[in-house]
Design a protein around this ligand. Structure first.
Ligand code: NAD
Length: 348
């Protein structure tokens, strides 16, 4: 059965879905609904059936899959309406603002026997796929620290993303991607607790900075730091193992993993550095360190839609499962609690 996609909320991200989902065979975008007449007009200009009421949109029998791409506070009501109208439904991230909302969405999908998934597209980011592969490969030995970080200098959360009532703030906006990635890398039973600090650097109402640490049951930690006003960026990833170190600078394959050349490995000598005499922090000579190329996975966001098309055809299992996004949302809520109370919060 080909996918005839209808989009609720024809704004910025909907534009990406419209132009890219159609590159997957069997996916067509046919309709859009928005509360803003200008966005309905924009959808019509792009050749879609444009609706200005939800009821009319949901009554369109051609639409068999709905994408909800509105601000976060209305995801739950719109997802449930679409599911109750018999549409398979995809929700943009962050799926919901509370576990109660998410549970309602999951129950509504079950009750109507419809597919329900969330667009966690950053599972197909190149940098993430490299990090996952290198950590799993054993090439760094025992990995004791994973640092997943994004620094920018724009400063503030813009538009509805700066307002609490719409589910704004960096933890829900980008945190949801990077915490989803943490579960994908560590597995769903490994993250033990979270400690989180937030800051309102340039945005009054919601956090535009956070730094959180997950302690892992298997040992070591996983850090996620996102800062919107950092004028000297650190690499997107630092991965520290007892046999090597990997760095990935940005969202591409710009980085390396570094090990020691055992053939010429030597004990560091005590040297005089700006920090005084030291053996521990003596720089290893370049010939002792070996820079290796990173793996070269070929992830594309549209693979999400390839999976959705297969699921609707009954040929595959969902890759982004509702129970997985529930774990991620619970971790975000625990991070908020940690930031509020100053305490480490245990995760389920
Ligand atoms: P946006 O403000 O550009 O677009 C939102 C659209 O929804 C607007 O056209 C608005 O008029 C419409 N809208 C608002 N309330 C509505 C309602 N009740 N019913 C119907 N339409 C309504 O926002 P955006 O940047 O496109 O973000 C939309 C969603 O996509 C958010 O959940 C956001 O987190 C998510 N998003 C995901 C990614 C990603 O990489 N997965 C990237 C950007 C945004």
């Amino acid at each position: 059965m080909p996918i005839k996609l209808g989009i609720i909320g024809y704004g910025g991200m909907a534009g990406w879905h419209h132009s890219n989902a159609v590159n997957i065979p069997g996916v067509e975008v046919v309709a859009a609904y928005d509360i803003d007449p200008e966005r309905v007009a924009a959808a019509k200009e792009k050749g879609l059936k444009g609706y200005d009421t939800l009821d009319a949109f949901l009554a369109d029998d051609e639409v068999n899959v709905t994408l909800v791409a509105t601000p976060n506070d209305v995801h739950c009501e719109l997802v449930c309406a679409a599911l109750n109208a018999g549409k398979h439904t995809i929700c943009e991230k962050p799926v919901a603002m509370s576990l109660a909302e998410l549970d309602k969405m999951i129950d509504t999908a079950k009750k109507n026997n419809r597919m329900f998934s969330v667009h966690q597209n950053r599972r197909w980011d190149t940098d993430f796929q490299i990090a996952k592969e290198i950590i799993g490969s054993g090439k760094l030995g025992n990995v004791y620290a994973i640092q997943s970080r994004l620094h920018g200098s724009g400063g503030a959360m813009h538009g509805w993303r700066g307002e609490k009532k719409h589910g704004g703030g960096m933890l829900l906006d980008w945190g949801v991607h990077f915490i989803d990635q943490a579960y994908q890398i560590c597995g769903y039973d490994d993250l033990k607790s979270v400690t989180c600090h937030t800051a309102h650097v340039k945005t009054e109402e919601v956090e535009d900075y956070f730094n959180l640490i997950f302690d892992r049951k298997s040992g070591g930690y996983y850090q996620v730091e996102i800062g919107t006003f950092v004028l000297k960026e650190l690499p997107r990833w630092m991965i520290l193992g007892d046999e090597g170190t990997a760095y990935i600078n940005d969202f591409s394959r710009n980085g390396a993993y570094v090990t020691l050349n055992s053939a010429i490995e030597n004990e560091p000598e005590i040297v005089m550095t700006a920090a005084g005499p030291t053996r521990t922090f003596a720089p290893r000579p370049v010939e002792v360190k070996v820079e290796h190329e990173l793996p070269d996975p070929q992830g594309k966001w549209t693979e999400y839609y390839a999976n959705i098309a297969d699921v609707v055809e009954g040929k595959a299992e969902l890759i982004v499962q509702p129970w997985q996004v529930r774990k991620t949302l619970a971790a975000i809520l625990a991070a908020f609690e940690s930031a509020r109370t100053g305490k480490q919060i245990e995760l389920d």
